[in-house]
Design a protein around this ligand. Sequence first.
Ligand code: ADP
Length: 371
Amino acid sequence: MSRVLVLNSGSSSVKYRLFDGAATVAKGLVERIGESGGEVADHRAALQGIMDEIDLEGLAAVGHRVVHGGAEFTGPTVIDDAVVARVEALVPLAPLHNPAALTGIEVARKLLPDVPQVAVFDTAFHATIPPEGVTWAIDKSLAERWQIRRYGFHGTSHAYVSRRTAQLLGRDPAETNVITLHLGNGASACAVEGGRSVATSMGMSPLPGLVMGTRSGDIDPTVIFHLHRVAGLPLDEIENSLTRHGGLQGMTGVNDLRSVLERRTAGDPDATLAFDVYCRRIREYVGAYLAVLGRVDAITFTAGVGENSPVVRAASLSGLDPLGISVDPERNERRDEVISPHGARIPVCVVPTDEELEIADQSRTALSLSR
Ligand code: ADP
């Protein structure tokens, strides 16, 4: 039996979960690290507190969530000094995300020098997307020099959820095509062909694609030139606007979909439009990925919104009956595992995601440990 500690280090928080096999034996969240009124001064203190709290007996691995693995990390990777240096070299690609993971790795390696550590990248699952799905039609020399291409994110979630969907339907994951819709604060769609990602909606960063809590999702890049040249906004401000004041937040002033739904029910026009934009974008990606995959065996909703909002699930797939896609109102309200009507051509599923469990399992795989 091998215990695995999974760490998800953000810029001001650390989430942890300790697994014994597939069972969670401890979990928690340290927030507001380094902020006034926060619990602890820095990541070292946060991780030290976590180590003191949990029973480290039999700990076989630490699995770190790392957002950006660039083009080179295509699977879970056992961490050594060279791997740390390569992740550091990727910071320019993910300045908002990778530094925190690096801090978590550095501190955990110091505190637990004898425990092997594994990096599990959000991008890795998408390494199987073919070149035509990751290449943008821009100047080739610029793209190569600056590593500009689609990488995609939420990979551990899309991998886990697509596999569970196949199992739920009694199918072999290697022969099942699934469109997965991860709708949380961040949101992305993925086309999975026989267990391999072949298309996804996020890009070089987690900004494009679906409408999110505070991120805009897809926009015409000209918007940025316009805001810079005509409106006179500095680039940092534009980035901040699109990443923190876009999406539902930008359109309605609130980022939590539950609040948007309440306002919509009360007749608020901004909330009504935001809901429509949100659901239409999902439908557009479903249509695109039907075309990418050709044959689709299931469509699966997951994460906070996907698992909990029947109204989003129904609205996102409305009008698709001619394509063999529909949602049964009662099953949808009850949140059955399969929410499409009996005998539907393309089953629609709800599968709770579990990124930490997937990170623990991938960490074991990287170290050839059994559960
Ligand atoms: P994260 O991406 O931070 O992991 P989650 O997957 O937990 O986020 O999703 C968080 C979002 O899920 C919340 O912002 C909220 O909008 C949405 N959500 C949670 N419960 C519900 C619900 N019952 N109805 C609609 N939306 C919900």
